[in-house]
Design a protein around this ligand. Structure first.
Ligand code: NA7
Length: 536
């Protein structure tokens, strides 16, 4: 049908996680009307869905939080060095209440389709609840890891026990007491869940295809005195965080790992291992992510740690990553992960040598026989970075769909906007630094850029912003070129789309650092939005 003369709201934000809620706050400051459409039954995004046992952030809580409000920084109390999922969710609820965000959030409402009208410069957004909202601007704050990956294992529907995916964990308590449990997948979610499930279950079988590099989190309660000290310098810390390379503050390394002798290297790696920081090992030397030999020194150090913790040498060997360089897939922070395999009721099955044939009504059958189970947990990851946008049927100028445009991989300018899809912005989307950084800092940078861009359009009486195809091609080449300087593209990981069968293989993140990315974005804005096409 014809579009109404006036839009329902100025902006539709899709997703009420950390990105969408902040975007709402900023749009309101511009005096715009906005509605946030959220598929979940409550706000929180990633921290709403991923409520599996042991779910926890791998960036320190004092860093992984909004920085836009000094008052919020002072009043909120984190209880642990690494915040658990329930605590982060409480934080998000606190923020929503404090800034009165909830009244513009529509829950249990999944956006199914969005169609652009080139005449009125409006988006018509459809939901699975049958609602249509028209808006000048649409901001996809749909998350970079929000579409769970179907593991595609035959027979899954026939299983008569209980099945859970870590990213679709029920809100009710799940008890493993007395149960025979399987976990499939040993990425960061599996690594966090496995020790906690092992603590409850009668028997746990872990089905591993590729072992991860797991570093100890050294999580602990925060002392009141250290929190007070931190808070005293919070404003200064937040400034440093914003200007940093990856959204966390550290002194950058100055030397190659290959310039150091072995004793010196080992001492540096031991200190990093003890630090409990996700990027501790990466920050010891300049070339861990760019030089294979340098990387191998870290990889072998982690393997030596695994051998020292896991008492059965065959299990230690299976747990030792060898098929990809250290940190070319996100390393995991664990608590007692490797030690869990020393427990008598925990067993590791290597899917490379004994693949799953089928899930049966009673359990899982590999080439070595059937394991009878009560519960199967899929910790099999996500269709990362592009999945949440492509899940929506997005139709741009001239009836062209985003799915068609991205058939060979995502295309956009600055990771923010795709040619032919005017007034449609993405936060934490592909070809932006997002997943290689502290996402809390990245999302603020992108939300603030988008907000300034919209303000610029309004101030100048403009109703449409699109991307020039040349700018888009240049950005794609630039992102690929930055990735090619690193060891990242070589690994089969969700950074490259390799974890999803049939997904085009493209390195999906901007590897140049958040500091450089911020500068590139600001330069574009200062230059009057170079590479974009603005129209009245
Ligand atoms: P990941 O990191 O994608 O891990 C998924 C794991 O599941 C990984 O070990 C996969 O093995 C395994 N997997 C996936 N599909 C299958 C099938 N079909 N059979 C067996 N094993 C399978 O997802 P996570 O949820 O752990 O973590 C995602 C990010 O969220 C994390 O990095 C944090 O940033 C937050 P594979 O490696 O593909 O051989």
């Amino acid at each position: 049908g014809p579009l109404p003369a006036a839009p329902t709201v100025d902006a539709v934000v899709v997703g009420a996680g950390l990105s969408g809620l902040y975007q709402l706050h900023r749009l309101r400051e511009l005096g715009l009307t906005a509605v946030v459409l959220e598929a979940g039954a409550d706000i929180g995004g990633t921290w709403y869905w991923n409520r599996y046992p042991g779910a926890r952030c791998d960036i320190e809580s004092m860093s992984y939080s909004y920085s836009f409000s000094p008052e919020l920084d002072q009043e909120w109390q984190w209880s642990e060095r690494y915040a658990s999922q329930p605590e982060i969710l409480r934080y998000i609820h606190h923020v929503a209440d404090r800034f009165d965000l909830r009244r513009d959030v529509m829950l249990r409402t999944r956006v199914s389709r969005a169609v652009y009208d080139g005449t009125s410069h409006l988006w018509r957004v459809r939901t699975d609840t049958g609602r249509t909202v028209t808006a000048r601007f649409v901001i996809l704050a749909t998350g970079c890891m929000s579409v769970p990956k179907d593991p595609g294992i035959p027979g899954a529907d026939s299983f008569t026990g209980t099945v859970h995916h870590t990213a679709r964990w029920p809100r009710e308590d799940v008890s493993f007491t007395g149960k025979r449990v399987a976990v499939i997948g040993t990425g960061c979610s599996g690594v966090q869940a496995i020790p906690v499930i092992a603590g409850e279950a009668a028997a746990l079988t872990v089905y591993q295809r590729t072992p991860a590099y797991v570093l100890p989190a050294r999580n602990r309660p925060l002392r009141a005195s250290e929190v007070a000290e931190f808070k005293a310098r919070y404003p200064e810390f937040r400034r440093a965080q914003r200007l940093s390379r990856g959204g966390t503050v550290f002194a950058p390394p100055t030397r190659s790992a290959l310039e150091a002798d072995e004793a010196e290297r080992t001492a540096a790696y031991e200190a990093a291992w003890d630090s409990g920081l996700l990027n501790g090992l990466l920050r010891t030397y300049t070339d861990i992510l760019t030089d294979e030999a340098a990387n191998e020194t870290v990889a072998e150090f982690v393997r030596s740690k695994i051998r020292s913790i896991v008492t059965d040498p065959a299990t230690a060997d299976l747990l030792s990553p060898r098929t990809f360089p250290f940190a070319t897939k996100r390393p995991c922070l664990g608590t007692d992960y490797y030690a869990t395999y020393n427990l008598p009721h925990v067993r590791l099955v290597d899917l490379r040598t004994t693949p799953i044939e089928t899930i049966t009504p009673r359990g899982i059958r590999t080439t070595q026989g059937e394991q009878v189970l009560d519960v199967i947990v899929f910790a099999t990851g996500f269709d990362a970075l592009t999945g949440s946008q492509l899940a929506i049927d997005i139709v741009g100028k001239g009836g062209v769909t985003l799915r068609e445009r991205w058939a060979a991989g995502p295309r956009n300018h600055l990771g923010l906007m795709s040619a032919g899809f005017p007034n449609l912005f993405t936060v934490l989307g592909p070809l932006s630094p997002s997943v290689l950084t502290n996402i809390a800092v990245s999302l603020e940078q992108q939300v603030e850029w988008i907000t300034r861009c919209i303000a610029h359009l309004l101030d100048n009486g403009l109703t449409e912003i699109d991307v020039s195809p040349e700018a888009e091609a240049d950005w794609g080449a630039r992102v690929a070129e930055l990735a090619a300087r690193t060891l990242y593209p070589a690994a089969d990981s969700w950074y490259t789309g390799a974890n999803v069968p049939g997904k085009p293989r493209v390195f999906l993140a901007y590897a140049g650092g958040l500091d450089r990315y911020r500068e590139e974005c600001d330069t574009v804005a200062r230059g009057g939005y170079t590479g974009f096409v603005l129209s009245p």
